[in-house]
Design a protein around this ligand. Structure first.
Ligand code: SF4
Ligand SMILES: [Zn+2]
Ligand SMILES: [Zn+2]
Length: 301
């Protein structure tokens, strides 16, 4: 099959629009779409300081590559942050990839680890506690990224979440009835001691991000975290099956969620205002933040 815009061979067919793309036009389309999202959602302003969360996976390398390019035009000050949770046999490899990637792009990279900051790696926390690995990982990684971004004086904290990540998180929390987390997924505005989060790849399907990273020859590892849950995998398969029979459904789930978010976060409905954690002063919706509660359960400082 040929590219819809030129006579070159197509490398990708976008089912929900029926267009096909050669290598050149796919890369052009991808970058243009991410830049459009940044503009429409007003994610970045000129001369801002931006902290980029990098893990070494395809999403974060794509994020860093695109923001670095845009950074020149917008005069952005960029800092990469990598959180090493301490997942034996998995994270070491991606840390190396991220270090090499940042070195090539001449970007500053700061590596912080659970072990350094909390005296325990994620593997050790899992041995000690009763919660799922993803609970410790998610809460502590968010906490460290925010603290580091605050320390840097960053205006924004950018993460590499793609369309599939977002839609999976929306449905998982909806199914579990976890309204607090459901709201948090889409809440990105800054609050005192909470750096505004941006997700520049949110409109990009996972397979497009994977193709972008392959076509750019990024040194990506496609290994999956050993703690990845089967629940998320089932939700992922269910959404992919729906997308197969109804192309575009991922976008419609995201757009429905955004409409819902507008209603459930309106002041007359929202019941949990943000405040300072009694123990650590981080911003939270409860008296004691989730990080402090988990630390207490695990007996760590
Ligand atoms: S799948 Fe692995 S990296 Fe992702 S949240 Fe769970 S423990 Fe952390
Ligand atoms: Zn083409
Ligand atoms: Zn706290």
């Amino acid at each position: 099959m040929k590219c819809s815009r030129c006579s070159e061979k197509a490398v990708y067919i976008r089912r929900y629009s029926g267009q096909s793309f050669c290598r050149y036009h796919f890369l052009e389309y991808f970058e243009r779409k991410v830049n459009k999202t940044l503009k429409i959602e007003k994610m970045l302003n000129r001369s801002e300081k931006v902290a980029l969360a990098i893990s070494g996976g395809k999403d974060s390398l794509t994020l860093v590559h695109i923001i670095k390019k845009l950074g020149k035009k917008l005069d952005l000050e960029l800092h990469c942050i990598l959180v090493d949770e301490g997942i034996g046999g998995y994270r070491e490899k991606t840390v190396k990839i991220a270090e090499e990637f940042c070195r090539k792009l001449d970007l500053e990279l700061e590596v912080i680890s659970f072990r350094q900051e909390y005296s325990k790696s994620l593997d050790e926390m899992v041995e000690l506690g009763k919660r799922t690995p993803c609970t410790y990982c998610g809460v502590f990684r968010r906490e460290l990224l925010n603290l580091k971004a605050l320390e840097l004086g960053a205006h924004r904290l950018a993460t590499g979440h793609n369309l599939d990540d977002e839609v999976q998180a929306i449905l998982m929390n909806y199914i579990k009835g976890d309204v607090e987390r459901l709201i948090k997924i889409g809440t990105t505005t800054g609050k005192p001691r909470l750096v505004a989060r941006i997700k520049p790849l949110i409109e990009m399907p996972e397979k497009e991000v994977a193709l972008f990273s392959i076509l750019n020859d990024f040194p990506v590892s496609f290994d999956e975290c050993p703690y990845a849950t089967s629940f998320r995998a089932r939700i992922r398969d269910m959404i992919n099956n729906l997308e197969e029979s109804s192309p575009g459904i991922k976008y419609s789930i995201l757009s429905g969620y955004r409409k819902l978010l507008g209603k459930i976060t309106s002041p007359e409905v929202s019941s949990s205002p943000m405040r300072k954690c009694e123990k650590c002063s981080n911003t939270t919706s409860q008296a004691v933040c989730m990080g402090c509660r988990l630390r207490e359960e695990l007996g760590i400082s």
